[in-house]
Design a protein around this ligand. Structure first.
Ligand SMILES: [Zn+2]
Length: 305
């Protein structure tokens, strides 16, 4: 069966069905636990902080005393940082906001110890056709995405081209960014879960040697400090399983993916993508919970996804 690379992460809807401050109250202990776990266990080699730096900035406002510790982990490649400032909904902000979110994110990430150079796009409700152009303009060669990918893509990768001809390679997550969410805490159940994910992912992978990048986390999910022990047990059971970063995942992919997909991604077979779906419901929810501000870090309407 395919090797499994666990990309441990949490996905952060910064302000959505709860106000910003309520989510911040959950963010701080979540990142505390990430830092504590990494400090106490070298086997917990990497954690992916959702592709957006804004949550690190939010955290450091509450925990300025942990800035050096966090920077050291970013510099060591154990904690991902960026590349985006914020994961914006691409159809709700201007093109300028998308470009600046990436540009600002890369600079802020480098200042923190080294920005991730993978265009992580986990939960946007479809993608603008210029995204490969925006990424490649900054020197990024890979994207990782889910919603919007057309049904003609029947494997875990493709080449995505913008109207100007520029392109990136894409790691497609056919089961979303939460395929490995809520990992089982008992050793036997963990092994069963890995085997299940191997089985359902196998048709999407090239052959039995291609690693399955298993996104291990979900919306606002805390890390599981017991994972290194569970992984050791799974290895003893014969599974090839390890923790990996997205940089490591793309390093083991083909230089040029196929098939070629051109322009906007609005395919809705695998997951909902209606470009306006987040506007009305989210705004109504915000009004209901008393949150009316639509001002964010990268533009006048920088709704995060
Ligand atoms: Zn989201």
């Amino acid at each position: 069966m395919n090797p499994i690379r666990l990309v441990l992460h949490t996905h952060w809807d910064r302000e959505w069905y709860l106000p910003f401050e309520r989510f911040l109250d959950k963010l701080v202990p979540t990142i505390d636990l990430v830092l504590d776990t990494m400090k106490n266990d070298d086997r917990f080699t990497h954690f992916h902080l959702d592709g957006q730096i804004v949550l690190i900035n939010d955290y450091l406002e509450r925990r300025p005393e942990r800035a050096d510790e966090l920077r050291a982990l970013v510099s060591a490649g154990r904690l991902s940082c960026g590349p985006w400032m914020s994961l914006v909904d691409e159809f709700l902000v201007s093109g300028e906001s998308i470009v600046r979110s990436l540009d600002d994110g890369l600079r802020a990430g480098d200042a923190l110890g080294g920005a991730t150079r993978v265009g992580y796009l986990p939960d946007q409700f479809g993608h603008v056709g210029q995204m490969p152009q925006i990424l490649s303009n900054e020197g990024l060669r890979w994207a990782v995405t889910w919603r919007g990918v057309p049904a003609l893509v029947q494997r875990s990768g493709f080449r995505w081209e913008s109207p100007d001809g520029s392109h990136v390679n894409v790691v497609y997550m056919p089961f979303g960014y939460a395929q490995g969410a809520r990992t089982q805490r008992s050793a036997g159940a963990f092994v069963d879960r890995l085997r299940l994910e191997q089985e359902r992912s196998a048709p999407w992978l090239d052959d039995e040697t291609q690693p399955l990048a298993l996104m291990t986390g979900d919306d606002h999910e805390e890390p599981n400090p017991g994972l290194p022990d569970l992984i050791e047990h799974a290895r003893a059971e014969g599974l090839d399983v390890a923790i990996a970063s997205l940089d490591e995942v793309v390093a083991h992919r083909a230089a040029e993916e196929t098939p070629v997909v051109k322009g906007e991604l609005q395919g809705a077979k695998a997951a909902p993508t209606t470009r306006h779906s987040k506007v009305t419901p989210a705004s109504e929810l915000k009004v209901k919970v008393g949150v009316v501000s639509l001002v964010g870090p990268v533009g006048p309407l920088s709704m995060a996804v």
